[in-house]
Design a protein around this ligand. Structure first.
Ligand code: 5GP
Length: 193
């Protein structure tokens, strides 16, 4: 078991609606030493890939992406969530349905910060149905860039996102894959990796 899995067992809280709450160490209070270990692991798993940029999505992806980026020595760009319909032509835009908030956001990245020269590692905190990742992938494609890989902290393996993204042919690396979780008992089980 790796340190992220151990931490999920210790401090994660299983909520109704297939939501795993990890706000004491991942997406509200953030354990930077844990993020650093995650960065080391991603550097190993994506070794040899030509990565010059990390792309994530606000808000929870940003902290993880910044610490991970130190292991790749590359800048981080985050897609911003925007309610505005009047988005000018200087932006790449994708629609993302939020798993936790159950609403749809347009996410935007300035054309200044992503181009056909970019070889991108996408980083996010969770993978559930894969909407956030599909939005980020489409933004990289709009820019003419290349998705070199996708690094996720926690994949919920019983939801379809992982399968969808792997079927598209991307190297998807999830540090913890939750195979099952039960809100009534609090029990969490991981897929062996
Ligand atoms: P997807 O787009 O893959 O359905 O969901 C991914 C996004 O939803 C992540 O960026 C994350 O913010 C949020 N999310 C999905 N499932 C969970 C969960 O169980 N716990 C938390 N804290 N966030 C989640």
């Amino acid at each position: 078991m790796n340190c992220l899995e151990e931490r999920i067992l210790k401090d994660g809280i299983v909520k109704e609606g297939n939501v795993l709450k990890v706000d004491s160490f991942l997406n509200h209070q953030m354990d930077i030493n844990l993020f650093n270990e995650m960065g080391k692991e991603f550097a190993k798993r994506f070794e040899g890939k030509n990565i010059n940029k990390i792309l994530t999505i606000e808000a929870s992806g940003i902290g993880i992406a910044c610490v991970v980026a130190q292991h790749f020595n590359v800048p981080v760009v985050f897609a911003k969530k925007s309610k505005s319909i009047n988005i000018d032509g200087d932006m790449y835009v994708a629609e993302v349905v939020s798993y936790t908030h159950k609403n749809t956001n347009q996410v935007i990245v300035s054309k200044k910060f992503l181009s056909e020269d970019d070889h991108v590692l996408i980083i996010d905190d969770f993978l559930a149905n894969g909407c956030a990742l599909q939005g980020l992938i489409s933004i990289v494609q709009s820019a003419g860039g290349t998705v070199e890989g996708i690094g996720i902290a926690i994949e919920k393996g019983f939801q379809p996102g992982g399968q969808i993204i792997r079927n598209l042919g991307y190297q998807l690396e999830s540090l913890a894959i939750v195979e099952s979780m039960d809100a009534s008992t609090g029990k969490v089980e991981f897929r062996a990796q």
